[in-house]
Design a protein around this ligand. Structure first.
Ligand SMILES: C[C@H](O)[C@H](O)[C@@H](O)C(=O)CO
Ligand SMILES: [Mn+2]
Length: 420
């Protein structure tokens, strides 16, 4: 039997098993094919960017590791991302931060314009992918005393307000050029190492700064503003201005999309248990799928329980159309292109597993309060051969099946990354 025949044969066998429990496998694959994952640029260069690459990474986040081959130029980053995309089934999005402007001009964050991102747009068109965006409120001399938009000094706030406004125009440009909305995520690191006396005033200032940034109405056909909360960062252990409660209130009162990052909550809190609640109050939602190990460590996502729970919640709640899935991790101890591929493929695998569940039947069992049957069935379904369906999906999408992609990564490391 050829490899091709084996993949098809195994898929047909698996399909029979899933069909026997009422799952429409072909329908699941059609849905999976359309789901875009937003692959974050910052895994490719340990969050340095190109505007001021020499500056220290601030904002309370940290990338560790010195694996060879990090991208140092926009061309290198594009080449690496392209390599990753070639090993991932489907067409997706690339998520840029403002510090990744591609220009020969010396331009600061309060001066950036769409034209400084033109090359990214041209590349995205060639690759037939979308772009997302993030204003960068860190790694800059105007990140002062741990504060930006909530700083007591108006000059500092004004600098960052201008940056936020410009970021929205860039995201709008992405959306117009690429024919799909660019999600533009506001994560603001402002906070304090020790207990503040006044928790309220910085939060009021953040609210007012954001109101000013969002004062211009921009069509969501082009860009969707998202706001990301956080519990704590390095050097902001006691207090983060933009907490979950802050953004819940802000998002719901202003109609802004809330972004939940899997690493931004107390260690035993999980975002999978929050998705359904937020879905009742806002039309859209965005996630940063990340893996916190003891803290917001931004490890590459693996097929762990929480990743699968997140995807199950989206699928079971019929929220795929309303939920933007972005990745957020940065590991400099391993091949960075492999990190992307593992992350995106895992997100897709977890989605596929969720799509291969006979959800309607399980809901009926639950409504009869037959918790024994619910447990027995969900445990039994875990051993159904979803891997054969995934392999077939990769095969049909013309990307390497199984481990084959890793050889390509090793060749790329030898031929490209090690020569940097
Ligand atoms: C680099 C990103 O803006 C960052 O990871 C942000 O999304 C975050 O999660 C900060 O902890
Ligand atoms: Mn995040």
């Amino acid at each position: 039997m050829t490899d091709e025949t084996k993949i098809i044969q195994r898929f047909e066998d698996a399909k029979e098993q899933f069909s026997a429990i009422g799952v429409d496998v072909d329908g699941a694959l059609k849905i999976l094919e359309k789901i875009k994952i937003s692959m974050h640029c910052w895994q490719g260069d340990d969050v340095h960017g190109f505007i001021n690459p020499g500056l220290e990474l601030t904002g309370g986040i940290m990338s560790t590791g010195n694996y060879p081959g990090a991208a140092h130029t926009p061309e290198q980053l594009r080449k690496d991302a392209q390599k990753a995309f070639s090993l991932i089934p489907g067409k997706h999005k690339f998520n840029l931060h403002a510090i990744y402007a591609d220009t020969d001009e010396k331009v600061d964050l309060n001066e950036i314009e769409p034209r400084h991102f033109k090359k990214w747009v041209e590349w995205a068109k060639e690759q037939e992918i979308g772009l997302d965006f993030n204003p960068t409120f860190f790694s800059h001399p105007m990140y002062k005393d741990g504060y930006t938009l909530a700083h007591p000094n108006k000059n500092v706030r004004d600098f960052w307000i201008e940056h936020g406004k410009r970021a929205r125009k860039i995201a709008e440009y992405f959306g117009k050029e690429l024919g799909q909305p660019a999600y533009n995520n506001f994560w603001v690191p402002d906070g304090s190492k020790d207990n503040p006396i006044d928790r309220l005033s910085p939060r009021r200032r953040l609210m007012e700064s954001l109101d000013e940034i969002f004062s211009e109405d921009i069509s969501e056909d082009y860009t969707v503003d998202t706001i990301e909360s956080k519990l704590f960062g390095i050097g902001a252990e006691a207090y983060t201005v933009g907490s979950h409660e802050f953004y819940m209130g802000y998002g719901i009162s202003r109609g802004k999309t809330i972004l939940m990052d899997a690493g931004h909550f107390h260690p035993t809190e999980v975002i999978s248990n929050k998705i359904s609640s937020l879905s009742l109050f806002l039309p859209k939602l965005m996630l940063h799928v990340s893996r916190p190990v003891r803290w917001d460590s931004d490890h590459v996502i693996i097929m762990d329980d929480e990743l699968q729970e997140i995807m199950k919640e989206i699928v079971r709640g019929n929220l795929l159309e309303r939920t933007a899935i972005g990745l957020d991790f940065f590991d400099g101890t391993i091949n960075r292109v492999a990190a992307w591929v593992v992350g995106v493929r895992n997100a897709q695998k977890a989605l596929l597993k969720a799509l291969l569940e006979p959800t309607a039947d399980l809901k009926k069992v639950e409504l009869k309060f037959d918790f024994t049957k619910r447990l027995v069935l969900t445990e039994e379904y875990k051993s159904l051969p979803f891997g054969a369906v995934w392999d077939y999906f990769c095969f049909m999408q013309d990307v390497p099946v199984g481990l084959d992609w890793f050889q390509e990564i090793q060749d790329y490391e030898n031929d490209v990354l090690n020569k940097r």
